[in-house]
Structure formats: C-alpha cells, structure tokens
Design a protein around this ligand. Structure first.
Ligand code: GAL
Length: 963
C-alpha cells in the first residue's frame, strides 16, 4: 500500500491546533489577511512544484500567475468554472482517491506585521473556511494540511513570523478525501472562501472558554458558570456579576428566547486577554417527547439556509447575513437549520442578537454513495471516523457559546453507520445540554429528535395521532420551494399546531443559488447547473429557495409568512367580533398593535386601532369591531384586521405587519346575466357578426373585437407551462403530473368548431377540444349574449371519456394588442396565488403592469395568477381597453406578453421575448402546486380533476377618458 498523499488521506489533517471557541470579541491583536493574493490555477495537484512557497519566488516573473480575492472562490473570479450536482459526485467514486484532474489553486500572500505587533506570546494563523483541502507554508516552512471546508483550522506560527515580508503560501485542491464527506446539494466552489487571520495569543490568553448560561423557568433564575483552562473572571455589569471561572452562580435574569432575544453584555478576562461576549440565558430540554426551551414547547417555523451570495458564492459578507436574517424575521420565520455545514460564525452572533432558533449542522454529507448502493460509505468505514469526529469537534468547539443554537446536527444524508455513532458519542459527552439531530427512523440511536424530510401531511398527521414518544418530531426539510410554490403549507402548519410533539419544520430552502450571467446581447439572467459546460449536473435543482438569488422574496416566502404568522385573527365581520390568538411560544402581544380598516368594493373607507389587552403566549382575546363607517357606496364590504409592530425592532420598523385577516361584512351581490329586456340580438354584417359591443367572425364564431379593442383567439385553454413541482422529482419520473400532461398532449390541444348558431338572444359556438392520438375530449360550448354595453360569455365544458389526469388549468385565453398592458383588478393580490398557495392573497384593489405581474422564476414556468378576481381592466396608456367581470364564480387572472407554450419552452428568463400581444387567461380552475419537485404532490382537494364545468364572464369596453 502506498502512503496516501495528504489530499487523499482520510485523516483530518496534520499540524493544526486543537479547536476552540470563536472569539470575535477578543481584545488580542489580530491581522486580517484578506485582499488580493497572487494566484495560479493548475489542472492537477502539482506535488512536484513547490517553488512558490519560497521567499525568493516572484509570481510576476513566473508563468500562469494572476491574482485572486481572498476570501473568495477562484471559479467565481474567472479562473475555471463552477459546477453543480445534487447527489452525484462529479468524479469517480473510489474513496479516498480523487482524479488526476484536480484543479489546484496556489495562493501566495506577502505581508508585514504592523509596527506595534506584540512580541510576546504565540501567534496563530487561522483559516475560517477553505474548500476542500489546503497545505500551508509560512516563510518557506510547511505548517501542515487540513480538510473540512466549512470549519476553522489554526496553526501556531509565532516562531516563524518576521516583521516584514512574511510569505504565506496556501495550496488548495478542489478535490480531496474530504470531498467524499462534502456532497451537499450545491455548487462545487473551491477556494479560500472565508477569512484568513493572524491572531496574537498573549501569554496567559484564553485558550478556550465555555459560558454555560441556563435558565430555570420555575423560579426565573439564571444559572451561570464559565469553564476555561485558565483562571479567568466573568463580569456582567448589568447584573452586577463578577464571577471566577469554574464557579456557579444563580441569579434572577430575563431569559433568552428566539422571540425575546435578551442578551447581556459580558467580559471574560484572564488579565492578559479580555473577550467581550453576549450571554443569553436559556435551557433546552426534551421532556416527555417534547422539545422545550425554558420549559416552554417551541414550534419551529424554520428554513434551511445554505451560505450563498450570487456574486461571491459561499463567501457571504456581514451585510448579506444580516439581510437574510432581517428578511426571515420579517416573514415570521423563527428557526434556521444551517444546511448542511456550520455557517460563518458571525451569522450565529446575528442569530443570537435578532432571535432565531438554530440547528447547527456539521459539515457532512455522503449522499453520492447512494449511487453505488452505499458501498464504501465513509460513515460506515472506521478509517474515516477520526475525520468525522474531528468535524464534530470543530463545529461544537467553535459554536458552543451561542444561545441561539438549541440543537446540534450530525450532518445530512449520510445513510447510517458507526462513524455517526462516534460523532454522537463525542458530542453528547462534550455537550449534554443540547439535543442531537440526525434525520432517520424514530428509534435511530444517534438522534434525540425524530426527524424526517418531505413527509406528506398525512404522515405528519399519523405521527401526531400516534401520540408523543420519547422523541419530538420535526421535518428537517419539507415544502420544496423550487420555482412556483411550495404548495400545501397551511395543511402542515395546522398539524404542527395540533400535535404538541410535532414541532414544526424547515422549508427547503432559503435561497435560489442562481449565478448571474449575461447573454451575448447584454441581458442579465441567473444561470444554473449545466450552464457551465458541466458533463454531470442537476440543472435548476439548485434554484429552490424562498428568495431569488438577489434576495427578492418569492411568492413562496410571502405565503410562508402568512401561514406561520404567530398571531391568528379570526372573527365574524357581520357580527363585528374578532378573536386574536397568540401563537407565540413565549412572548405576549405587547409588541403589537391591532389595526382595522373597512373596505367597500375594495376601497378603504376608514380605519383605526383596536385596543389590545394583555394576551400571554398561547392565550387569546375577544374584541369587538367598531360600527362600520357610514357610506352611500353599495357593494361587497369587508374588514381587514392587522397585527402590526407597535414600535421599531432590530428587524423591522413600527407598523410592520405581522399577521392579518379579512372578515367579510357584506357579501358581494350575485351577478346575473344581462336582463333579458335589455338584451340585444346579433346582427350579421357581411362576414362578421355584431353582438352588443362586440364583433365576431360569422363563420368561426370567434370574437374579434370588443369596443375599440381587437381581440384574438378567445377559446378554451387547459395548458400551463409546468412548474418545477408539476414536473416532479428528476429521480422519481411521474411524481408530478407534468409527464402525464405531456404524454396526453395537453400542451397541443386541437380545437374543432362544430357549430356557430345565431338566435335572437345571442350566439352559440359549439366546439370539441381534444389532444391528438386520444379519444378523450372536452366539449366546450361558448354562449354569447349582450346588451348594448355588456358582452356576456357563458362557457360550458363537458368531458368525453375517462380522464385520469387532472387539468393544469381550465378557462379561456385571449390575446390583446400589446398596448393593453396596464392591469387593475379587484380580487386577490398583490402577488400570485394558486389553489394551495393562496393564504397570502389579500382581497383588494390592485394595479400592476403586465410586466409587473410576472414572477421571474429562475427557470421560467407558470406564474403570476391572481386569485378570486371579481373584475379586472386591461387598458392602454390612454386608459382605454376592456373590463372583464366574474360570472357566478370569481376567476383566476393571468396576463403576460408571451404564451404558455413560449413560457414552457424557455430555459432562462432571457428566453422570454415579448411579442406584440398581451395574452390573458381567465381561469375557472387551476391545479394546485404541491411540492413534488422533491416532496409530496398536490393534495386531493387542490387537484383540478376533470368534470362538467360551467363558468362565465362579462366583458365591456373601457373608454380612454374613464381612467
Ligand atoms: C434533500 C437534501 C437537500 C436538498 C433537497 C432537495 O434531500 O437534504 O440538501 O438536496 O433534498 O433540494
């Protein structure tokens, strides 16, 4: 057996120091080595060429040397390309060997010590994150090598430093033995992607410390102790605490929770080093199968968060971290699983500060072994155990002082094996104060939680009904937020609220990982897997977040916010009663104010505040709405009641809406067909027919004009550009309905006009709409009637044959000239909604351009429908156009500058090129969205099954001066 080279060595590395706590607040000197470094990319590991590590080496005079920004990934800086795979290793599975094609980045940085750099003590060179393996030299001497990309590694370098011209050389290999442990579903992005610092360790410095700050909810006391290898004192001025290390103290405190992130400033000092800290008192327990913090049951309204920035990959700046958390807090998210590796440590400081429950997950995933029947899985091969335990240690030691971290996670999708058991043993021994997580069966010994991913709602219900066992139940991943969706969130949330031991879940995932690119003609889009010539890739599966790559919230996030709102408002708008339920786990409602408004036909007529009494967590208050404002305006009326922030918080200003509800007060008047007396008869005029404000082709029965507006192609439409969830999971063909839709040919329906019949009361067009090669059909009859002003369409649809697949949509589509691109509507908005993603759809009057109605999913797909539309107007710049009002049932409105077929054919947003029309879909029904791109499909009640349908619309012309 040959001796392995270090990058193919299963050991965690050589020459590094013991891991210790993150100490951002230390007063010891540090030197940030970030900046432009000399850089050379080689296609192979180049063990024979180490000249660049030497003092006299001159990159400017050597071939191939350029520069790279540290921290950063070289593939995002013009050296090589990024690559995306989900589970497949993009190299042969032959652990721990890696291919000869092993992109290797030689980094070289020359630095001086500041003039006042202390001469005593030790100095450590610290790497916060390097992917995937590094060998390090300082001033020509090799320090060692390490693996474990998203974990810190330190070397003692004091004896090697000189005041000027220190030469730091780092050779980074994209592939190493460690790559087998890092098969997370994300871009492969090599490089020194987190900071490199030099840290002075004065004589008598704190080698490590652990502040234990528990909370006894039975008497409101905090339990404080700090452990460190040195003698040190902890002072907490606000509490009057001055405590020696190793001593216990019990004192009254306010507890830390994600809802009330109370932190106390403290200083831990040895005399030669002082570290500023922020202490949060809290105690995590699992009692009777329920996860509790400070005695209270917690409900995770969580997300999985990868570290991602569209420009810089996993190099995430502080501002982006804060922005992510602020956005989460504003959307009622209270928990983060750091999928699937420890984040930048500063992110955890922010979680402490802003208040998020954190599951800190180790940098570990071996999912690619599933493609070889798990043969050779490192977590079940003891040669790898030291590396696994090393990863667990580096995470726990670095992050142990964060109150926000309530659970440790071993990693993700590694199957099972003894190595995980060793990690679990080490973590439990080191930190008995936090439960351990790993997704597996309920009786899996190496997890204190029963954790599943993508279980369907009925499974959660079953687990709920079975009653609490030893382990709290969570969904570490659910609701796959890929493209349009996820659907079905409401149904999950009700189950989490119903069963105490079903403690919520973490939506997969926070952000789309699209990389910005530009077309040859200068248009910007987000690229995904396969756009970089990768021979093995998983396409747009890397874009499955609640926010777009630039952090614009997607409709899925808006929906999630509504579904998980921590205050539930219900009531009876006619009786003017409101119930406000406090769904927080800890906080009362004193941070909130309650506002009402009263709207008639969607126009607010008045508003005010409702006094909100003290409502403890879990409690409720019954309130009365005032008398509605007097009005002469008749029509549908409703109350909108909002719980808003009563004052500024660290994450949102006063007035930010946390929760809302709409309570109908006066129902809409039923719409009826134009009164028969006023009805007009069709008039034949050559090849055309006139009916009220409309013209038709007398032969085909097609509507050609309404008032001044030319109309084209109004007919039944059942097709939508399949969403990622319609398409289903790539590894489970047929898991979404998209495959069946295409197989049946719903994207190429044929329309046959069987009869165009005129009578005194109107026009009837009988058609048969059907796919090729099938005898299934929809008989569609369009019945047109009119008054002088109004044109009424009644559509009846009767299926022929046995339809086994649901329809994507059912309604009519028409095309208008492109100038009619302004939309006003009364109905659900402002954003899109589908049958199972409609919780956040707020009934009101909305206005938007056709372009503004589009949701720019990274891979184009069906989007933009507005729910419950009572009426809509599409007008041009002069205000002229048409109005369409609902018949007996509200409709779904979609308008875009391209057809569904065009949308379906597009791979990137830049493939969508407007033509000179606006295509309008008026839908009676839409199929739900579900989560089948990775999880369960659409619930039965949200499926659009084929059956007889009757629906209608009333059209009228809008004159330009009506505005
Ligand atoms: C899970 C996995 C995640 C991600 C997700 C699909 O199985 O843990 O990392 O791949 O599926 O997007």
């Amino acid at each position: 057996m040959r001796n392995p080279v270090y990058y193919e060595d299963v050991s965690p590395g050589h020459g590094t120091l013991q891991p210790r706590s993150w100490t951002a607040g230390s007063d010891a000197r540090r030197l940030d080595l970030s900046g432009e470094w000399d850089f050379r990319l080689s296609p192979t590991a180049r063990p024979d060429d180490e000249a660049f590590t030497e003092d006299g080496f001159d990159p400017a005079a050597a071939p191939g040397w350029r520069s790279v920004r540290v921290p950063g990934h070289w593939v995002l800086q013009g050296h090589g390309e990024p690559a995306y795979t989900n589970t497949r290793y993009p190299f042969p599975v032959d652990p721990p060997r890696v291919p000869d094609e092993n992109p290797t980045g030689d980094h070289r940085h020359v630095f001086d010590l500041p003039a006042d750099w202390p001469g005593d003590g030790e100095v450590v060179l610290r790497f916060e994150g390097v992917e995937s393996c590094a060998r390090v030299w300082l001033n020509g001497r090799v320090l060692g090598d390490f693996q474990g990309s998203r974990l810190p590694h330190e070397f003692a370098v004091g004896g090697l430093l000189r005041p000027h011209g220190n030469v730091l050389a780092v050779r980074v290999h994209q592939w190493s033995a460690g790559s087998y442990l890092e098969d997370q579903d994300m871009w492969w992005l090599p490089g020194i992607f987190r900071e490199v610092t030099l840290q002075h360790r004065p004589e008598g410095a704190l080698d490590d410390f652990w502040v234990h700050a528990g909370y006894d909810h039975t008497d409101g006391s905090g339990l404080l102790r700090v452990d460190c290898p040195q003698r040190a004192r902890l002072t907490v001025p606000e509490l009057g605490v001055d405590l020696a290390s190793g001593e216990d103290l019990r004192l009254p405190v306010e507890p830390w929770t994600a809802e009330t992130p109370r932190l106390y400033d403290a200083v831990l000092s040895t005399g030669s080093e002082a570290v500023s800290l922020r202490i949060g008192f809290r105690t995590v327990t699992v009692e009777d199968g329920v996860l509790r913090v400070n005695g209270g049951r917690v409900l995770f309204r969580g997300v999985n968060r990868h570290e991602f920035h569209p420009e810089t990959g996993r190099t995430v700046d502080a501002e982006t971290m804060r922005r992510d958390l602020v956005l989460m807090k504003r959307h009622n998210i209270n928990a983060v699983r750091t999928s699937h590796y420890p984040p930048h440590p500063a992110f955890l400081d922010l979680c402490d500060e802003l208040g998020l429950w954190v599951i800190d997950e180790c940098d570990l995933e071996t999912h690619g072994f599933t493609h070889v029947d798990w043969r050779g899985n490192p977590v079940d091969d003891e040669r790898w155990t030291p590396a696994l335990v090393d990863r667990a240690r580096r995470m726990v030691e670095r992050d142990k002082n964060h109150p926000s971290i309530v659970v440790w996670s071993l990693g993700n999708e590694c199957g099972s094996g003894k190595g995980l058991g060793e990690m679990a043993r080490w973590i439990r021994d080191r930190d008995p104060s936090r439960p351990l997580h790993y997704e597996n069966d309920p009786d899996y010994p190496d997890s204190d939680l029963h954790s599943m991913m993508y279980a369907r709602q009925s499974k959660v219900d079953e687990i709920g009904r079975a009653g609490a066992t030893r382990k709290p139940f969570i969904l570490c991943e659910y609701a796959h937020a890929m493209g349009n969706g996820p659907g079905g969130l409401t149904e999950y949330q009700r189950l989490f609220e119903k069963y105490e031991h079903c403690q919520g879940g973490f939506v997969w995932e926070w952000t789309d990982h699209g990389l910005p690119r530009r077309t040859a003609d200068g248009r910007d889009f987000f690229a995904y897997g396969g756009d970089f010539g990768e021979p093995v890739h998983d396409g747009n599966f890397v874009c499955d977040g609640l926010v777009f790559p630039d952090r614009t919230p997607s409709p899925g996030l808006v929906e999630y916010k509504k579904v998980v709102e921590p205050v539930r408002i219900t009531g009876d708008g006619t009786a003017r009663t409101v119930r406000v339920r406090n769904l927080h786990d800890f906080a009362d409602l004193s941070a909130l104010a309650l506002e009402w408004s009263y709207e008639v036909e969607g126009e607010p007529l008045g508003g005010g505040r409702l006094p909100l009494p003290h409502v403890p967590a879990g409690g409720h208050a019954d309130l009365e709405l005032p008398a509605p404002p007097r009005t002469d305006v008749a029509g549908e009326a409703q109350w909108t009641v909002r719980a808003v922030l009563a004052g500024d918080t660290a994450w949102a200003p006063e007035g930010h809406c946390v929760a809302w509800a709409q309570l109908p007060a006066v129902p809409a008047a039923p719409t009826t067909a134009p009164a028969s007396g006023a009805q007009v008869a069709p008039r034949r005029d050559g090849s055309s027919l006139t009916l009220g404000p409309a013209s038709f082709d007398a032969v085909t029965g097609a509507l050609t004009r309404l008032g001044a507006v030319p109309v084209e192609g109004l007919r039944l439409d059942v097709w939508r550009a399949p969403t990622d969830n319609d398409e289903g999971a790539p590894w489970k063909p047929g898991s979404g309905p998209g495959t069946a839709w295409r197989r049946l040919g719903l994207h190429r329906m044929r329309h046959r006009v069987d009869a165009v019949e005129c009578d005194d009361a109107g026009l009837t067009v009988r058609t048969r709409v059907a796919p090729a090669a099938s005898d299934l059909a929809l008989r569609a009859v369009y019945r047109w009637t009119a008054t002088d002003e109004l044109l009424r369409l009644d559509v009846s649809v009767d299926p022929e044959g046995t339809w086994e697949v649901p329809l994507p949509r059912l309604g009519v589509r028409l095309a208008l000239p492109g100038a009619y691109d302004r939309v006003r509507w009364f109905g659900g908005g402002p954003g899109e909604a589908y049958p199972d993603t409609r919780a956040a759809s707020l009934v009101g009057r909305w206005e938007e351009s056709v372009d503004g109605l589009q949701t720019p999913y990274v891979r184009p797909q069906e989007n933009g429908a507005r729910a419950d539309v009572r009426w809509a107007r599409l007008t041009d710049a002069a205000g002229g156009g048409l109005r369409v009002a609902a018949g007996t049932a509200y409709f779904w409105l979609t308008a875009r500058r391209w057809t569904s077929e065009h949308l379906d054919a597009a791979a990137h947003t830049t493939d969508l090129v407007p033509d000179d029309r606006v295509y309008v879909n008026l839908d009676h029904g839409q199929h739900g969205i579900g989560s089948a791109s990775c999880g369960p499909g659409v619930l039965q009640r949200h499926k659009l099954m084929v059956s007889t349908a009757r629906f209608g619309f009333t059209f009228s012309a809008v004159a330009g001066d009506e505005g």
